[in-house]
Design a binder for this molecule. Structure first.
Ligand code: SF4
Length: 151
């Protein structure tokens, strides 16, 4: 019996739950965050001028994408993260998420990159099934982002 790849199971579950997949270990290292070594209060200040300063730093930060994914994963997180505040993040899509590991991510890319007929033979399923798998993966932000599509 053919087993549906874990990453497809996760993408389908995420779509049903209205959540999204995140893939942390593919992202840049946190150690490159521009707020490291700065006063953390800057990112949690109530003062508009200080918030603007924090946002300016975020807008130049090389790990902002990772930072935003992490902040979006937990709606209770306060403060400025990746040039967004808590209210802005709440307005963004998704209010729950979970991470996938590198193997799952690679398998997802493998499925998205291959032709349906080749993948159907590889996994021992119908072409139609592969098409559904691709749709499930494309609906998830991390793969849409990888493909350059809107999530
Ligand atoms: S995006 Fe902003 S809050 Fe996030 S790591 Fe970079 S500087 Fe820090």
């Amino acid at each position: 019996m053919t087993k549906r790849p874990d990453v497809v199971d996760m993408a389908i579950a995420a779509a049903k739950a209205g959540s999204y997949l995140i893939y942390l270990s593919a992202m840049p290292d946190w150690s490159k965050g521009l707020c490291l070594g700065q006063d953390p209060d800057i990112w949690f200040s109530e003062e508009v001028g200080v918030q603007v300063f924090a946002r300016e730093i975020c807008s130049m930060c090389p790990v902002a994408e990772l930072c935003l994914q992490v902040a979006l994963a937990d709606p209770s997180i306060e403060g400025i993260w990746a040039n967004t505040d808590q209210e802005e993040r709440k307005a963004m899509a998704g209010n729950a998420s979970f991470a996938i590991d590198a193997d799952c991510f690679e398998e997802g890319i493998h499925i998205l990159s291959g032709t349906a007929s080749t993948l159907a033979a590889f996994y021992g399923v119908t072409v139609r099934t592969v098409v559904r798998w691709k749709e499930a993966l494309r609906s998830q932000a991390i793969f849409a982002s990888y493909l350059g599509l809107a999530a």
